[in-house]
Design a protein around this ligand. Sequence first.
Ligand code: IPM
Ligand code: MN
Length: 353
Amino acid sequence: MKKHIALLPGDGIGPEIMAAAKKVITAISEREQIQLTTSEHDIGGSAIDNHGAPLPESTINACEQSDAILLGAVGGPKWADSTLRPEQGLLQIRKHFNLYANLRPVAIFDALLHASPLKESIVTNSDLMIVRELTGGLYFGQPSERRDGGNSVVDSLTYTRQEMVRIIDTAFKTALARSKKLTSVDKANVLESSRMWREIVEEVSQNYPEVDVHHELVDAAAMKLITNPTSFDVIVTENLFGDILSDEASVITGSLGVLPSASLNENDFGLYEPIHGSAPDIAGTNKANPIGMILSVAMMLKYSFGLHEPAKNIEDAVDRVLNDGYVTTDLKIEDATVLSTTEMTEKIISYLK
Ligand code: IPM
Ligand code: MN
């Protein structure tokens, strides 16, 4: 098997964790008789600096020529006042490739039970999957502008039926492959878009009689997510709710730094990225946790290339490294050995089979 991966390191800690991903990709290629080649391209703030645009044509072209995209992180204080925003690069690439299905698994690592600020009794056995709609809603709705000389403002929450159906269908399929339990999160007591969402969930559920589906209002879901996380398995929700709930859910695992994600289109072409941001405060210090990035490589192998064994190999290596008491600075665990980004990466590679 031969696959090409476009690497988009981005800003802040992006380049450091991308270097980690590259080492893991090389290690997997050597072990598994698969030829994985890579090329690096600019996105976000670094692309604004080098090309005058957060998502240059050259990056789009390179991604179009690739079998998958791996992304580090975008954004930082350097571009806070710039009219071109690094985050636009991320939103544009999601839209360009129609990556509407964002899968964000949140599973507790046994070794990190004490790293969570939540009680061990609450987080034990947490294992959920957030299915977030990624190319619609408030993130993309028009108009989105200041009005009346800056005295009023509008953002638009728009969805078509088809946009709702396809993500809800992905969620039912995801639930079928897991414990057949789906929670749809909305704000149907206030928003018309949520009432339509709820209707469509009911319609699509007719095709999946085996899946047990519940509706939950987003405010209540936000509370339940950290008071009773094991009551959830698959969660499906629109773009902005999914953004907020997935950061909240990361608290369960003790660190945003360990969580991967996949963003897929209808052909399973995908962009893979850790859910944490560019962490400009620790950029360049070799302190970033590479695990979210490395687990994103595992998701890529699984979802885009169907390489389930090599993906499992990476996940198991991460699990065993944590079990053996190695962490990065973001994980506060007593008696653990704190490693740098590069040391953690080498450690994980040394645990690969
Ligand atoms: C995420 C991020 C992005 C989002 C930002 C950087 C635009 O927070 O991937 O969750 O809001 O989608
Ligand atoms: Mn986010």
